[in-house]
Design a protein around this ligand. Structure first.
Ligand code: ADP
Ligand code: MG
Length: 249
């Protein structure tokens, strides 16, 4: 996570704008994520949070501005783009596991197909990662046999299997039954403690307070406020943030 050992941000988003037709979804976004930092992005639905995550992984193009990852502008195509996608792991609200593959196969597919890692080595590492997220005993099962919380932990193991420099989490617990939220957050808190660079879209305040270095509040395509978790939740500076917090708390 500190492979370059330098202070340049891992992600630098500068003056980024994005439209979907007439809709201006990202408005002059400026944001950096440092190595080892955990940034929580919070804000009302439709505010552009997912679009911002997707733009950093180049799943969306941008209309203007620049995004650099690890000091270089995001590549548009080819091997460099494939490399970016494996350097930036993504964990979505819907777990997106392959239904017809086993849990272990879901974790080893990327390393064997994209990274060219040998099967036995990928399996060994895959089992270690499943151990780490607490599901090693389920390795031979299929996704539908697991609970939502377990499936999301597999999705995290799958992201880790690519040795990412950063993981983007887009509302990773929003689709889960309440009793399964904490087991996923606990894995994420563990990653944060180990120094993983993370950008996490979530409304889970407990997670933000325990793991975030910074909270970014986004609404209507703009970053309205950036603050420490403590300050943000106890003394938001803007009316927009106060209003939002009064609705979710
Ligand atoms: P958030 O994640 O904060 O809820 P999104 O980034 O998903 O916000 O969406 C921002 C706005 O862009 C919303 O109004 C959404 O409907 C719109 N939007 C998102 N993706 C697309 C798309 N592919 N085509 C058209 N509109 C989109
Ligand atoms: Mg979203």
């Amino acid at each position: 996570m500190t492979d370059n050992g330098d202070a340049t941000p891992l992600v630098r988003v500068e003056n980024v704008n994005k439209h979907f037709g007439a809709l201006h979804v990202l408005r002059d976004i400026n944001l950096t994520v440092s190595r080892g930092e955990v940034v929580v992005v919070i804000g009302p639905s439709g505010g552009g949070k997912s679009t911002l995550c997707r733009a950093i992984n180049r799943l969306e193009t941008i209309d203007s501005g620049t995004i650099t990852f690890d000091g270089r502008p995001l590549p548009a195509e080819g091997k460099a783009l494939a490399r970016l996608r494996s350097d930036v792991g993504m964990v979505f609200q819907s777990f997106n596991l392959f239904a017809h593959k086993t849990i272990l196969e879901n974790v080893t597919l990327g390393p064997t197909r994209v990274r060219g890692i040998a099967r036995d080595q990928a399996d060994k590492r895959g089992m270690e990662l499943l151990e780490r997220v607490g599901i090693a005993s389920q390795a031979g099962k299929h996704p539908a046999q697991l609970s939502g919380g377990q499936q999301q932990r597999v999705a995290i193991a799958r992201a880790l299997a690519m040795d990412p420099k950063m993981i983007l989490f887009d509302e990773p617990t929003s689709a889960l039954d309440p009793e399964m939220v904490q087991e996923v957050l606990d894995v994420m808190i563990g990653l944060a403690r180990e120094g993983m660079t993370m950008m996490v879209v979530t409304h889970e305040m407990g997670f933000a307070r325990r793991a975030a270095n910074r909270v970014v509040f986004m609404a209507e395509g703009q970053i309205v406020e950036e603050n420490t978790p403590d300050e943000f939740f106890t003394a938001p500076r803007t009316e927009r943030a106060k209003d939002f917090l009064s609705k979710i708390l």
